[in-house]
Design a protein. Sequence first.
Length: 245
Amino acid sequence: MERLQKVIARAGIASRRKSEELIKEGRVKVNGKVVTELGLKVTSSDRVEVNEIQIEKEEPVYFLLYKPRGVISSVSDDKGRKVVTDFFPMLKERIFPVGRLDYDTSGLLLITNDGEFSNLLTHPKNEIDKVYVAKVKGIPLREDLRKLEKGIKLEDGKTAPAKVKFLSGDKKKQTAIVEITIHEGRNRQVRRMFEAIGHEVLKLKRERYAFLTLNGLKAGDARELTPHEVKQLRAFAMDSSKKNS
């Protein structure tokens, strides 16, 4: 038996938290009866409906995608632009991205149909390192990079401390390559952090997520995560959560 919200999340309908909201709003039925209280456990033989539609119990799938630039981190786009799920035309499961990468940002993005897994990895308490390499306009001073390391004030609050490594600078072209490691997931965060110290990001790529890398992949390529990698990611997030609780 599993908790109802976990079953809904595992079916890819919504995150665990959002699934709980759906239950409280009376939008979930079990065996034809509306359920509004959390905590109910169901079995595989129970009929679960969300918004009058019976959920299909899909087997969970987990992929690592090397997202190219110019692709939306979504399952659909009203402007007809390419989305990350377009790279999985043969999958019948209702997959979605774990978090997001901006339209102009390339790199490592996880794809799944497991809402609980996605919620675990993206919860603010679970500080999972995300490593980006940025090509920026101008050559940042060491004192400016230290501001990023300590945390910098943005319009939506101060960022958590970051790890920053200056990789190279081109004085002729007046550009620099900087590696930055963060664990937050705010909208356009890395770009805004560099803009706050006066350096526009010209190119941005996420090269690592926790222990996962893009080794062996080209832009547009994807591979399935191994069961061990999925288990490691869960353990990584839960250990981080315990440290921060």
